[in-house]
Write a protein that binds this ligand. Sequence first.
Ligand SMILES: C[S@@+](CC[C@H](N)C(=O)[O-])C[C@H]1O[C@@H](n2cnc3c(N)ncnc32)[C@H](O)[C@@H]1O
Length: 272
Amino acid sequence: MMGFVSLVGAGPGVKDHLTVRAYDRLQRADLVLYDALVDESLLEIAQGAQRFFVGKRAGRHSIGQSTIEGLLVRYAKEGKRVVRLKAGDPFVLGRGGEEALTLAAAGVPYEIVPGLSSALAAPAFAGIPVTHRRSTSSFVMLSGHAPSAYGPLVDALPPNVTTLVILMGFKRRDDIVRRLLGGGWRGSTPAAIVAGAGTPEQTLWLGDLASLSTTDFDPRGAPVTLVVGDNVDLAHHIQPPAAVDDEDSLVRNDAPASSQALVRPSKMRTQS
Ligand SMILES: C[S@@+](CC[C@H](N)C(=O)[O-])C[C@H]1O[C@@H](n2cnc3c(N)ncnc32)[C@H](O)[C@@H]1O
């Protein structure tokens, strides 16, 4: 009998961000293939499943994309319920589209279980509304991984009309900032670096576009999302002020212990 593949988004950070559907698929899985950035505590939900790490980790050999796709097809054809678990949403910079196409071509039944993408969650956890009636009703998400991919879009964006959410762009921020300034964006445009969004270690840097490339902010190995646009300034008001420098008040006192990670605001660093 043919098995089934669920391409599942795990959301960012800790396991509280999983959808009910994703939780159900993990509970019923025979096999889980998971990526880097997936919170490994999620694997405890898949009690009866075999679990394989297939992601990339710095300095270590990683399994190629075609091998992963081959494994999905093979295990499904062996009759297994397979969960392909990815951080955030599987169709946002997660190669979920390629995997779905391979499964479709191979005649393997599959489903997509969307997840909370860091593209939305990182700004939200930092107190940045990506849209706001007063300023902009749009946001643009882009990958900062390779200039060949983001360059034409960044160069063509009209200045200061939208909120930019940039994934995988921390190392390329010099180039991205240079292009934005060259395209007429104000150097004083508010900008943020959100590291480890949705985790108890979340940190937030708030400054402006001009200083985004010169800051010595260290994300300490956590994944980073950059946000640029006038709405970023709202984080100063939406983040509880206590988050700035009072470690003891990082957890709201009225929150039950189990939900403390959800309400914990960022350790915030503002531009000096
Ligand atoms: C390969 S992309 C995958 C995105 C994922 N599919 C999603 O929807 O969130 C990885 C990038 O997502 C962003 N990211 C993932 N988790 C994050 C987190 N907890 N905090 C901030 N950014 C995060 C970072 O920009 C990271 O380099």
